[in-house]
Design a protein around this ligand. Structure first.
Ligand code: SF4
Ligand code: SF4
Length: 208
């Protein structure tokens, strides 16, 4: 099986969210529903108090994590789905939800550690990124990849990971050992620096 993979060059990403907007536009999604998103993450080397008692960060750095479905090797969404609607294609490794089979149980939404599936409040069914599989089958790129002005996104096969990319392991994403995400990232310098440090997501309201 050729496993579909996403290659994300985080060192090129400027957090513009064009990838998200292009996906929403194509799928005609409302403001409150997205199949992909961009996390803004920031960390410091620690805090010190100045002579006036103000807390001052000692080195503050931030980076972006653009995220869509990782079409995982061991997808939590597929394991949790009670009807088989959420399934991994044997030929491509793409994980998608068959709307005809979905019962609306919503467990894909709660079980994905990357918070990718979403509930459609009108159809009462789960939905998610399907890697633009129909476009890819016709030799085209997913919309997020095509739209990125920084050329930070690409797709390919998991057995041909470009040099400098590694399986997604960057805060605040979960440990890749959990589901085996097929997202490979070339880390930004600030992400390298943030390794092992405690940081925060600065755009939480936008992600809800
Ligand atoms: S469109 Fe490209 S540069 Fe902009 S947030 Fe998405 S991945 Fe990053
Ligand atoms: S990222 Fe989430 S929705 Fe996508 S395959 Fe992995 S567990 Fe499923």
């Amino acid at each position: 099986m050729a496993q579909y993979a996403i290659f994300y060059d985080q060192s090129r990403c400027n957090g513009c969210k064009t990838c998200q907007m292009a996906c929403k536009d194509y799928h005609d999604l409302p403001a409150e529903r997205s199949y992909n998103y961009v996390i803004e993450y920031e960390a410091t080397d620690g805090w010190k108090t100045d002579s006036d008692g103000f807390f001052i960060p000692q080195g503050l750095y931030s980076y972006f994590v653009a995220l869509s479905c990782n079409h995982c090797d061991d997808p939590a969404c597929v394991k949790a789905c009670p009807t088989g609607a959420c399934a991994k294609d044997e030929a491509t490794g793409i994980v998608s939800i068959n709307q005809d089979k979905c019962s609306g149980a919503g467990v894909c939404v709660t079980q994905c550690p990357y918070s990718i599936p979403v509930m459609n409040d009108e159809t009462k069914k789960g939905e998610k990124c399907d890697g633009c599989k129909d476009r890819v089958a016709e030799g085209m790129m997913p919309f997020c990849v095509e739209a990125c002005p920084q050329r930070a996104l690409a797709i390919g096969e998991a057995d041909s990971v470009p040099e400098g990319f590694e399986r997604a392991s960057v805060a605040p994403l979960p440990d890749p050992g959990e589901t085996g995400p097929n997202r490979y990232i070339k880390l930004a310098k600030s992400a390298e620096r943030a390794k092992g440090k405690k940081g925060d997501i600065s755009n939480v309201p936008e992600l809800k």
